[in-house]
Design a protein around this ligand. Structure first.
Ligand code: HAM
Length: 414
């Protein structure tokens, strides 16, 4: 029978990759919790409507990438992103009553039915941070700074930061009309899918790789030139604060993101170390999202970064497995119970311990202990307990109840 295969765009994580991911999670936690972000976990699936209303029905994500199931009278979707769920949780738990902004971070699996390729999967992992409840441009700058810090801490090389502003929905609506008019005037030169979306989402035309579309976009009106004075000032302050913190960035007036909830600041980090899928992480402000999902309005700002892409772009971290204090070996099955009890007692008192489980010969057990990097091996046999220090090579016969004492204080201690 043919072996059952993994679905396309999914993968297992093991060995050094698993250690590297655990290390990345520790780093993210250190960077974000040090800045006052609190961990939040939301379910892997939500009501489909949350994403339809939050992310936007004109986006690729909602139109064709969601894994959706009908359930009862309704429908649920495996979360394609984390911002709408965190906003739902903010409203659900009355977090507007806390001091604002409320700062939350998350790490977990997300699901998009995209065409799999290097750096693009159907189940991937994001680490994300959201600050909800303040319009202050310092929130934007700090949020961007934290992703910058995380990428530096991880050693993600050659990360380039592009930043833009989409203004408020009113400005954007007026701009979308002007842009749609420009696109319509050049309809014959555009890619089919751009043409199909002129009315739905003309801004996405900036994302197109199609040569004709690219040419048309060069002469397109720019949103950045049409910001209201308040939005322009907000954007200028975000930039000033980034400069004050020495965060290099480029203004990209064509930066559009794949999700519809953004207002004002948007940004993206990309890395030359990645191929076509060069986006490592990005985000922006979403001042209208809470209202869109039917909650009392509150402004928000945040980002998410893909763990798989960060690991692809980063120098592999030097992660050592946990040091092993003691390996409990035994010469025959009749000593297994005592060995088991010794391992249990040593673990209970805080040592890292491994017990022989493979039924190996004594020689095989000593080899296994060595391979595992154990500091001591206790060998339980007919003549009592022999304790061997694998660092010095010294071996002595000791009392079973003194093993823990010796591995902490040495042979001479009693
Ligand atoms: P996003 O740009 O769609 O934003 O995703 C953020 C990051 O997730 C990307 O930069 C990429 O590293 C990773 N990613 C996305 N899709 C895939 C995939 N199919 N395979 C591998 N990695 C992927 C968001 O999701 C927003 N929720 C970010 C945000 C938070 N905005 C405000 N707050």
């Amino acid at each position: 029978m043919a072996r059952v295969q993994l679905p396309r765009g999914t993968f297992d994580v093991l060995g050094d990759d698993a250690l590297a991911r655990a290390e990345l999670e520790r780093t993210a936690r250190r960077v974000l919790e040090a800045a006052g972000y609190e961990r939040i976990e939301t379910p892997a699936f939500e009501a489909t409507e949350l994403f339809a209303r939050g992310v936007g029905t004109s986006t690729d994500v909602v139109q064709k990438e969601m894994y959706t199931l009908s359930e009862g009278d309704g429908s649920i979707t495996f979360r394609p992103e984390g911002t709408a769920p965190v906003c739902r949780a903010y409203a659900e738990h009355g977090m507007h009553k806390r001091p604002q902004p409320v700062k939350l971070w998350y790490l977990g699996p997300f699901f998009r039915r995209e065409r799999p390729q290097a750096g693009r999967f159907r189940q991937f992992t994001q680490v994300g941070a959201e600050a909800i409840g303040s319009e202050d441009p310092a929130v934007d700058a700090e949020s961007i700074l934290l992703l910058h810090e995380l990428l530096s801490a991880l050693g993600v090389g050659g990360a380039r930061l592009r930043i833009g502003s989409l203004g408020t929905p009113v400005t954007r609506a007026a701009y979308s009309e002007a842009l749609a008019a420009h696109l319509r005037a050049h309809e014959g030169e555009l890619a089919e899918e751009v043409r199909a979306r002129i009315d739905l989402n003309p801004l996405r035309a900036f994302d197109s790789d199609h040569p004709g579309t690219k040419r048309v976009m060069e002469s397109a009106p720019r949103l950045l030139d049409r910001l209201t004075p308040e939005d322009a000032e907000h954007f200028a302050t975000v930039r000033e604060l980034l400069d004050a913190a020495d965060v290099d960035h480029e203004v990209d007036p064509t930066l559009v993101r794949g999700l519809d909830y953004y207002t004002r600041t948007v940004f993206e980090f990309s890395s030359a170390a990645l191929g076509a899928q060069s986006g490592v992480g990005g985000g922006g402000r979403y001042d209208g999202l809470l209202e869109q999902i039917g909650a009392p309005g509150a402004p928000g700002m945040g980002w998410a970064a893909g763990i798989e892409r960060m690991l692809l772009a980063a120098a592999p971290p030097a992660v050592a497995p946990l040091p092993l204090d003691l390996y409990v070996a035994y010469t025959g099955i009749e000593h297994r119970t005592q060995a088991f009890a010794m391992a249990a007692a040593a673990r209970r008192s805080g040592e890292t311990v491994r017990l022989e489980l493979g039924g190996r010969s004594l020689k095989g057990q000593l080899k296994a202990a060595d391979r595992a990097g154990a500091r001591y091996v206790a060998i339980l046999g007919d003549d009592g307990v022999a304790l061997k220090d694998l660092e010095s090579g010294e071996q002595r016969t000791v009392e079973a109840q003194t093993v823990l004492h010796h591995i902490r204080a040495g042979f001479e201690a009693l």
